[in-house]
Design a protein around this ligand. Structure first.
Ligand code: GDP
Length: 530
């Protein structure tokens, strides 16, 4: 960021981000309005498919439809003014934190949506902490201002105290609930008035020459105007002014107030993402970093999704381009296998439908259909042996044994589970001793999702049963020591989908004991996927 050269314009105009929020805060509604103003859809309502079911078009699993949760992340691209936005959808449910974590490795910024009546909720806080680990810039949207909300200062204070980040108001709400009129745009001195008659209409925007402009009185009743002037004066005194550099460093978040469902405040937020959001960033990799403006293409897989289209049994690897200008048909080196792949049918996710990508630039997300060669954490380059760093795999917190309903079909189960392991949907361990598979997940709901997917996609009923183990740790350290230990502790050992050794146990003290008695062996709760 400091002394870096200016990026080529095509790269500089890209903004790749995710939305973090607690369920129900309005992520889906906001996404819908982004797409509406991005010209990607004609009418709001198309994202949340027809009828009662709450889901975006990117949700396609039966489970998701039934429960109204988004199990799988996908990416959507749209243009707004001079900007190209790439919005990566994060699964909203707390059970899918690992997936979410990896999704956040593919973005340069996050938009945090909070409900004006509820403030910072648990899931928002967790996701915020993940963003903080990477110092991701965060822009905040305080939604549902058309309802009874908390006092504006109280909301800002809560964010500052709860999340330890400076908050600077980009707009200030006028009135609240039924009296909510709109916002005063503090960055551009404009009055934005909500149009409650048509939810898809952009608000009326009136240029104002400061808060003392007599024009204000034509639009804002005296009692609200007085309150607004007082509050803004106080805000300017008490709250920090917008510092673009602090925003880029993740120490300050600008906040916009609005109502996604009324399309209010969304356009200002989008302008904010364009103006204050980061350009595609340098990517950490081994043995060297990758800069977006480099001439050669590099990218990494942060998500694999199988069976997106049940008719085609394909897998799509979602690749974040870290550098260069990609063109369809390019041959890229798959660093892990050192093989060359011709990327002939990459897809860009334009709003609702997949489309063939003729070209893409650093910052973009493309989908590469494949038959399982591409795994999470894989790097693609034009020949250089670079590996993108920092995409972790977490030790699962819940373990269960998985068996085929029909023992004759155990082979198929092997295939199905290994596919889900590659997707990153679960950890699958093959015990050295005994039969069956041990499946590990981060949240209990994932067992249900898996059972339902195995049945739907492979026609294979399965049972999940309690396992005698409750923890799994990868084994690292001195090779001979690990092998000697493994030979003596077969009943505790398994291999993961990559063939790496895993120590299974039921007690934390067991882990402590191994570490104490075998200092040359390390038991790790994360493994970098490379
Ligand atoms: P998500 O779970 O974060 O994706 O939330 P949704 O976008 O599905 O919104 C949750 C609920 O809040 C839905 O019933 C929306 O219609 C409603 N909602 C979203 N935005 C607003 C808003 O600005 N005002 C009001 N009153 N309701 C909203």
């Amino acid at each position: 960021m400091d002394n870096r050269p200016a990026l080529p314009p095509e790269i500089a105009r890209r903004r790749t981000f995710a939305i973090i929020s607690h369920p129900d805060a309005g992520k889906t509604t906001l996404t819908e309005k982004f797409l509406l103003f991005g010209g990607a859809i004609q009418m709001a309502g198309q994202v949340r498919a027809k009828g009662e079911a709450r889901r975006t078009r990117s949700d396609f699993m039966q489970m998701e439809k039934d429960r109204g949760i988004s199990v799988s992340a996908s990416a959507m691209s749209f243009d707004f003014k001079n900007f190209r936005f790439n919005l990566v959808d994060t699964p909203g449910h707390s059970d899918f934190s690992e997936d979410t974590y990896r999704t956040l490795t593919a973005v340069d910024a996050a938009v945090m949506v909070i409900d004006g009546a509820k403030g910072v909720e648990s899931q928002t806080r967790k996701l915020f902490e993940v963003c903080r680990l990477r110092d991701l810039p965060i822009l905040t949207f305080c939604n549902k201002m058309d309802r009874e909300s908390r006092d504006t200062f109280e909301i800002i204070d809560e964010i500052q105290e709860n999340l330890a980040i400076d908050v600077t108001p980009a707009s200030w709400p006028i009135g609240v609930g039924r009296d909510f009129l709109g916002c005063y745009d503090l960055l551009r001195d404009r009055l934005e008035l909500i149009d409650r008659a048509d939810r898809n209409r952009v608000a009326e925007s009136i240029a104002i020459d400061g808060l003392d402009d007599p024009k204000m009185a034509d639009h804002v009743p005296a009692h609200l105007l007085e309150k607004l002037r007082e509050e803004v004066e106080m805000a300017r005194e008490l709250l920090p002014a917008l510092d673009p550099q602090a925003v880029l460093e993740g120490h300050m978040t600008p906040i916009w107030f609005g109502s996604a469902i009324n399309s209010f405040g969304v356009r200002e937020l989008m302008e904010g993402i364009g103006t204050y959001g980061p350009e595609p960033q340098v990517q950490k990799a081994q043995p060297r970093e990758i800069a977006p403006e480099e001439g050669k293409v590099t990218g990494f897989v942060f998500k694999v999704q199988a069976n997106m289209d049940p008719k085609h049994r394909d897998r799509v690897a979602f690749v974040r381009l870290a550098s260069g200008h990609f063109e369809r048909g390019m041959k890229l080196t798959h660093v892990r296998s050192k093989k060359t792949m011709a990327i002939t049918n990459p897809v860009l996710f334009l709003a609702s439908d997949r489309e063939l990508a003729e070209e893409a630039w650093a910052g973009d997300i493309i989908g590469i259909p494949n038959h399982g060669q591409l795994r999470i954490g894989d790097t693609l380059t034009e020949g250089e042996m670079l590996r993108v760093a920092g995409i972790p795999s977490f030790a699962p917190e819940l373990l269960q044994t998985c068996r085929a309903g029909d023992p004759m079909k155990a082979k198929h189960l092997d295939k199905a589970l290994s596919q889900f392991a590659e997707e990153g949907a679960a950890k699958v361990f093959k015990p050295t001793f005994g039969s069956g598979f041990i499946v590990g997940v981060v949240g209990a709901l994932q067992f249900e999702v898996l059972a339902s997917r195995i049945e739907m996609e492979y026609g294979l009923p399965v049972r999940f049963e309690p396992s005698q183990f409750t923890s799994a740790r990868w084994m690292a350290g001195d090779k001979a020591a690990v092998e000697a230990f493994a030979a003596k502790n077969k009943q505790h050992l398994a291999t993961d989908n990559d063939g790496d050794l895993v120590y299974l146990t039921r007690m934390q003290w067991d882990i402590d004991r191994v570490e104490r008695d075998h200092p040359e062996i390390r038991l790790t709760a994360t493994k970098e996927m490379m």
